[in-house]
Ligand binder design. Structure first.
Ligand code: PLP
Length: 344
């Protein structure tokens, strides 16, 4: 039976070229810093982001946690948008492991403005908890892949620097953001103190994310990675796939964005589905089905019976994510399936 998996770009399977590179990868013990493929991946990531150093980590969640912990002291607050991944989908690692509390700011489009951040910075009064870090997310996952512009990003980073508050980017999909903006990832992320990005999402690697930053920051991050149980041995087999993800996959992300737009435009024409196709910039779309009289779990199971996989993010909103394992034709088929479900 046909399956069109629009649940996430995490479902991408390694390409034939990745599997081939994995089988041939030179490996060594990475805890001894002796895995040549990992070393090369870290060197290339640092070069591409124009930073001093980079670190391969098993997951984006671990990468974010390492950065949150390194930038903060227990008892501090981090400023984050309310729907941010670090706050909602990484267990409670910021509080359990780093000992910090979120200062969550709601926005309509997922994109924080400096004025909102500034208003959330705690005053320097001894009985107030203090702001230790600002976290941004670009693209913003739960806000439908919303993209923060370079100008807005720079303003926030430069203001944060002036206030001497470190700033971290959850850049799980920063290559998607850079593609939409026509910028390099180095240019877009230049003023962050640290950046995490995922090799395992739209870039298609089976496992792995990376942190980039200064040499001393990455040295500290390596210690914390080990502390968290993330010191890996002959992991060049994964880094080999990661290298292809990093070097070759960013240039095709525009296809995913075009497919997401196609889906959004088609969905907007279906009665009782609410989405503004203009708001869909990257590879994620969120649409409202409350007028269909179905909730998202009913809607998802009916879609699944027809071979289309997609999940709700709450009872009224569905999310779809395009990636290289779904073609334009698949998206057209998915639209037909959805139309059928709404009409019947
Ligand atoms: C996927 C994702 C992460 C990291 O997730 P892992 O599954 O731990 O790799 C972090 N931030 C955002 C915005 C994400 O979408």
């Amino acid at each position: 039976m046909l399956t069109i998996d629009l649940r996430s770009d995490t479902v991408t399977k390694p390409t034939a070229k990745m599997r081939e590179a994995m089988s041939k990868a030179e490996v060594g013990d990475d805890v001894y810093l002796e895995d040549p493929t990992v070393n090369y991946l870290e060197k290339r990531a640092a070069e591409i982001f124009e930073r001093e150093a980079a670190l391969f980590v098993p997951t984006g969640s671990m990468g974010n946690l390492i950065c949150v912990k390194l930038h903060t002291q227990p008892g501090q607050e981090i400023i984050i948008e309310s729907r941010g991944h670090i706050l909602n989908y990484e267990v409670s690692s910021m509080s359990m492991v780093a000992g910090v509390m979120p200062r969550a700011i709601p926005t309509s489009n997922g994109l924080l403005e400096w004025s909102q951040i500034e208003a959330a910075i705690r005053p320097p009064i001894y009985y107030c908890s203090q702001t230790g870090l600002i976290c941004l997310e670009n693209t913003h996952n739960m806000a439908g892949g919303a993209v923060m512009s370079k100008a807005q990003t720079y303003e926030i980073c430069l203001q944060a620097r002036e206030r001497k508050i470190p700033i971290h980017l959850d850049g799980a999909r920063v290559f998607n953001a850079a593609t939409v903006l026509g910028e390099s990832v180095a240019e877009l992320t230049r003023h962050f103190d640290s950046v995490m990005f995922c090799l395992s999402k739209g870039l298609g690697a089976p496992v792995g994310s990376m942190i980039v930053g200064s040499r001393t920051f990455i040295e500290q991050a390596r210690i914390l990675r080990k502390l968290l149980g993330g010191g890996m041995r002959q992991v060049g087999v994964l880094a080999a796939a990661g290298l292809i993800a990093l070097e070759e996959m960013p240039s095709r992300l525009g296809e995913d964005h075009a497919n997401a737009k196609l889906l959004a435009t088609g969905l907007a024409e279906i009665d009782n589905i609410k989405i503004d196709p203009e708001s869909v910039q990257s590879n994620i779309l969120v649409f409202d089905i409350s007028k269909t009289g179905q909730n998202t779990s009913q809607f998802s199971s009916k879609l699944k019976e027809k071979g289309v996989l997609a999940n709700g993010i709450n009872p009224t909103q569905m999310r779809m994510v395009t990636h290289y394992d779904v073609t334009k034709e698949d998206c057209q088929t998915a639209l037909k399936v959805i139309k059928g479900l709404i009409v019947n």
